[in-house]
Design a protein around this ligand. Sequence first.
Ligand SMILES: [Zn+2]
Ligand SMILES: [Zn+2]
Length: 248
Amino acid sequence: MIPKCDYHIHTDLIGCADKTMRIPAILHKCGLLGMESIGITDHLNTLEQLPIHRRIKERLDQEETALEVYFGVELNFTDLDQGFPYSQKIRDEMGFQFAIGGIHSAYGFAPDKGKCLAIQHRHHMKVMEDPLCNVLVHPYWFADREFVQMDWFTDLSVIPPAWVRELGAASAETGTAIEINGCSFFHNPIYSRRWKESYIEYLKGLAQAGAIFSLGSDAHNINQLSAIQTVRAVADELNLLPERIWRP
Ligand SMILES: [Zn+2]
Ligand SMILES: [Zn+2]
């Protein structure tokens, strides 16, 4: 039985999700979807966003709900080969209960297959080794404006199998989970059907290498929360034992 959880949800408060993602509406909708445990994970791209996260925590503390609700955060690198704007001190002062994170840019190398992929893999491995980050988010996702420059990226078979094994083994070793993401890929029309099928093959390769997985819708709109059901169906297809699915 795949757990009824979603550990990648954005709110309207930081400005990347739309107005439908008010916290009470999110809790209501997740309840309707049968979820039992969820995590709110708005972006932390710069330290200037910390006061907004403080407000998000205040709002969460005010809500009464039958759901298990965690206060999380989604980390992004401050620049190419730079770290996350995050530390143990920030975690403890803010009360973040978990962190997910990953690379969110091709850093200008979108047309260059070799450089682009190497940058992504290097950062994926960096996340695996970061003891403060619990989950690697959406490996090989790119923003639309970058993805359209990648005529070479027809599906995930372009990823060297040795990198898939290396990432999966690192997950097994460090306990850092790799995300099965709903909205970035499966519910994103810019990725072809072939690409989405190859994403499942990619996840199977990671699973064979011993990876553990986190389930996340990555919803930015209230209707996108249902993408978690696709994620759960994929997790089911991977035949994962319960201990291979990450919980905060
Ligand atoms: Zn992200
Ligand atoms: Zn996200």
